[in-house]
Design a protein around this ligand. Structure first.
Ligand code: MG
Length: 296
């Protein structure tokens, strides 16, 4: 069931425009938080902003004011170091107050630099030790099915996590149990802590591996909001197996000066550069909005 999501040229509908605005704000929140620490996993946050905008605004069934609502869809961030991205998305979704983002990484903050479930509303698991998210998702999904719940479980994992044997054990178990209430989302930014993924441990062909494990797999440009919406829309009717959306993303996406940065896994950004980064983000966003207006 190899599915490359069909691409159509869509002039921005209100739904798509709203999602692009949301992704822009998520990126801006991430830059603001990054500045409070002067460094961090900024490149990844910018890379997955489009995914998180679509998931939080368009896919998840949740109640922002009631993050423990039993019927909520669960979003598991197994890559704890992407917490800065999730905090930005949780603020955009109304789970966190935007003002709280200024405490990011500070003593006594509910927003530690690596995501922890015990601290942060909307953070379902403590990630960071890589390769556990999909196993937890599988257990949660089994539990929900036993309860007769319609809630779904989403797990955002990185391409670095594909190096972990536990990820593939979970993939086997999830497919074995036919857990069609699980959707994995893999951020393929082709980079991990030790360098480019293809040099550290080759994971391609990623789609074929998931299919061989019994998953319904879709691969999309993870920085293309329309493609992401099409992919997640196509999964609404999918039944019989777990599904995975493999997202090719660009580190630093949306901020040209960070897209080309070396040592992009953990970025240090000098003090005067933060405002420049915000300006570049806004400029790029405004150009995209104008182009869409012209195309319509
Ligand atoms: Mg990676």
């Amino acid at each position: 069931m190899s599915t490359q999501a069909p691409r159509t040229v869509v002039s921005a509908t209100p739904r798509i425009s709203a999602l692009k605005e949301s992704a822009y704000r998520i990126r801006m929140h991430a830059l603001d938080m990054g500045e409070t620490q002067g460094q961090g996993y900024i490149g990844q946050a910018l890379g997955v902003a489009d995914i998180l905008a679509v998931v939080y605004q368009d896919v998840l069934n949740h109640r922002p004011a009631e993050p423990d609502w039993p019927q909520r869809d669960r979003f598991l961030l197994s890559i704890g170091h992407y917490a800065i991205a999730l905090y930005a998305a949780l603020a955009e979704a109304g789970v966190l107050d935007v003002a709280e983002l200024a405490t990011y990484g500070s003593d006594d903050s509910r927003l530690p630099m690596s995501g922890m479930a015990s601290y942060t509303p909307g953070m379902e698991i403590s990630g960071g030790s890589l390769g556990h998210g999909l196993g937890v998702a599988t257990g949660m999904a089994l539990g929900l099915r036993h309860q007769g719940s319609d809630a779904r479980v989403y797990n955002l994992l990185s391409d670095g996590e594909l190096d972990e044997g536990s990820t593939w054990e979970a993939a086997l178990a999830c497919a074995h149990h036919g857990l069609d209430n699980v959707t994995a989302i893999v951020d393929v930014n082709a980079l991990q802590a030790d360098g480019p993924t293809k040099g550290v441990l080759r994971t391609e062909p990623v789609t074929a591996k998931w299919e061989a494990f019994g998953w319904h797999a879709i691969r999309v440009d993870g920085n293309d909001i329309e493609a992401l919406v099409e992919a997640f829309d196509s999964l609404r009717e999918h039944r019989g197996s777990p599904a995975v959306v493999i997202c090719d993303t660009r580190i630093g996406c949306g901020v040209p000066m960070l897209e080309t940065r070396e040592k992009a896994h953990f970025m240090r950004v000098e003090e005067p550069e933060w405002q420049l980064a915000r300006d570049q983000l806004t400029e790029r966003h405004q150009i995209a909005v104008q182009e869409e207006g012209t195309a319509r």
